[in-house]
Design a protein around this ligand. Structure first.
Ligand SMILES: NC(=O)c1ccc[n+]([C@@H]2O[C@H](COP(=O)([O-])OP(=O)(O)OC[C@H]3O[C@@H](n4cnc5c(N)ncnc54)[C@H](O)[C@@H]3O)[C@@H](O)[C@H]2O)c1
Length: 370
């Protein structure tokens, strides 16, 4: 099979769909790899590294003209729509439900669109979203520590304290992937960590494995109200699948906090769990409301493309291998996880929530699997 890797053209997107090492592995198993020039540059992989791995370097138009399977990171943008052709398989994050224009363009293209974000395991976890949550959770603490510094308008407190001086209090709302990774990092730096969730089973698990400087706490509104008063750094890491995040910190509550407290709302991409949260960018990541520093970058992993590309491709690569060796139909028939990734096939929507989002016709996926 011919596998193509275009350069991501979305603003400030530096990740790439496959690394040179992955290309080499695919070439070893008989596939041809075509990679757009500079596709890996933002993640630290040069054209020469891809060439040495055995891939051909070409232009974007060649990738889309020749490849049977295109492996990307972000959804195609308008200039890419016309390049995508009938029968071609595109494996990437699509997030169709947030764009009618993209959905209609992919229906028109006749391509087979397999979305990273809807590949789903039998326990309902989303394996291709996990690594980005791991990155964001760990980064949240790094960013929080930085914005707690006085010149960044923070309280001027060191997360770990020093001998004779107490450490900072870190409160984490949500004990999922983001929350647990943030707790691990903050605890490692010596902070006093409180991690809150409404899922007691999850809190029990974390209570067993986290170090002694991590306390688990049920996320009732009164517990949240109390915890924020003494917090130095608060990390929002809540997810209610398919819904906007609930607001746990209201604007009123900011007045009860210490001036210079830092809020990192990682859940900003789902609306955020802090009332005063609004999406920011890496160029302009923070703003201040009532003396409280807000960091609300919606694509945190974009700042560390080397780590993010490796973390993402570690989990996408096994699926790429299956599609490449079996073809998308057989691969999806034999792997239910991948089958759930099918969103738009041969001009029809095969994922119910997307058809419902836009009131567009739905077609049973089975009809397309031959
Ligand atoms: N900003 C970014 O760059 C970025 C990157 C990755 C993920 N995210 C976002 O981070 C959020 C968390 O992702 P995740 O992978 O950790 O999700 P997850 O499903 O693993 O964890 C979410 C947790 O929130 C808990 N929760 C739900 N309601 C709660 C409440 N009222 N109080 C306390 N806890 C509650 C759930 O029980 C669950 O444990 C999501 O919104 C995700 O989209 C953002």
């Amino acid at each position: 099979m011919i596998i193509g890797v275009p350069k991501e053209i979305k603003t400030l997107e530096n990740r790439v769909g496959l690394t040179p090492a992955h290309c080499a592995d695919l070439i070893k198993t008989g596939h041809k790899l075509i990679v757009e020039t500079k596709a890996g540059e933002g993640s630290g992989f040069s054209d020469n590294e891809y060439k040495n791995a055995g891939a051909q370097i070409c232009q974007a138009s060649d990738v889309y003209r020749e490849a049977d399977l295109v492996v990307k990171v972000k959804e195609p943008l308008e200039t890419e729509y016309a390049l995508i052709r009938k029968g071609q398989t595109i494996f990437t994050y699509f997030h169709f439900a947030s764009s009618r224009q993209l959905t209609e363009a992919m229906i028109k293209s006749g391509a087979v669109c397999i979305s990273y974000e809807t590949v789903e395991k039998s326990d309902r976890s989303l394996p291709l979203l996990v690594p980005m949550s791991e990155v964001a959770g760990r980064m949240a603490v790094q960013k929080g520590a930085n914005y707690l510094e006085k010149h960044n308008h923070g309280r001027g407190i060191l997360l770990g304290g020093v001998p004779g001086v107490p450490p900072a209090n870190v409160v984490i709302l949500g004990a999922g992937i983001v929350g647990a990774n943030a707790a691990k990092m903050a605890a490692g730096l010596g902070a006093r960590v409180t991690i809150m969730d409404i899922n007691l089973t999850r809190l029990r698990q974390l209570d067993d494995i986290m170090p002694a400087n991590v306390t688990t706490l049920f996320s009732s509104q009164s517990n949240v109200n109390e915890a924020v008063k003494t917090a130095d750094l608060i990390i929002g890491a809540i997810l209610v699948p398919g819904a906007k995040a609930p607001i746990l910190i209201t604007r009123e509550m900011l007045k009860t906090m210490k001036p210079g407290t830092v809020l990192v709302d990682v859940a900003v991409d789902q609306g955020g769990c802090i009332e005063t949260c609004k999406p920011t960018t890496h160029e302009n990541p923070t703003y201040i409301v009532d003396g409280i520093v807000h960091y609300c970058v919606a694509n945190m992993p974009g700042a560390v493309p080397f780590t993010s590309t490796l973390a993402l491709t570690n989990v996408t690569f096994p699926y790429v291998c299956q599609i490449a060796s079996k073809g998308w139909q057989k691969a999806c028939k034999e792997n239910q996880e991948l089958k759930l990734g099918l969103n738009v096939v041969n001009g029809q929507i095969v994922y119910k929530k997307i058809s419902e989002a836009f009131d567009l016709p739905y077609s049973e996926v089975e009809q397309h699997l031959g």
